[in-house]
Design a protein around this ligand. Sequence first.
Ligand SMILES: C[S@@+](CC[C@H](N)C(=O)[O-])C[C@H]1O[C@@H](n2cnc3c(N)ncnc32)[C@H](O)[C@@H]1O
Length: 207
Amino acid sequence: MKRLLLCSSLALATILPPPLQAQELITAAKAPQQAPARRPDVIFVPTPQEAVDKMLEMAEIKKGDLLYDLGCGDGRIVVTAAKKYGIRAIGVDIDPKRIAESRENVKKNNVGHLVEIRQADIFELDLKDADVVTLYLLPSLNVKLIPQLQKLKPGTRIVSHSFDMEGVEPVEAVEEPATIYKWVAPIKTKREAAGAEPGKEKKAVGR
Ligand SMILES: C[S@@+](CC[C@H](N)C(=O)[O-])C[C@H]1O[C@@H](n2cnc3c(N)ncnc32)[C@H](O)[C@@H]1O
């Protein structure tokens, strides 16, 4: 009888997962929930692959660069940067659905050693280690990012699909295969370039 009981316990142990310990239960309860911390400022619309390729070409990527895609969607920009240029890239998105898609994309393309996907609000990021920043947001969001982009180290390239940054002159703009703008840090607003105090810009109105 004893023997039978032991065998059944062993059989059960191989089928059932081990019970969670108290600490594991606390950690599981504190795990991030699958809802955005707040509503995304713009919905997910992917950049077509040919435009991604052009954005990265305009970014003049060099060996050892670190790229940030602010609002990374399904991760196509960071994955392409890693696959095509072999550089490190960080994709940031506020929406857990996008985070899951990006991580799947990273896994599918075997670039996990180069790409990190972070769930965060882009307006709370410190971008001081960036060499390239890519954007596909909205004109008003690009303007809202100016204070953070003004802290980028000199030489950092900013490339934006579709939308400009009102008040900051791009160094390059193309229309094919998509509208893409490029700036190089340090960026100065036209008012600052004309002698106005930094950070005293007019508030952007949504366009
Ligand atoms: C237009 S999509 C661009 C996706 C990708 N960068 C591309 O070009 O294919 C914008 C992305 O920004 C994300 N987003 C919106 N507001 C955000 C915020 N405050 N912080 C982080 N991500 C945000 C959305 O969830 C969405 O995935």
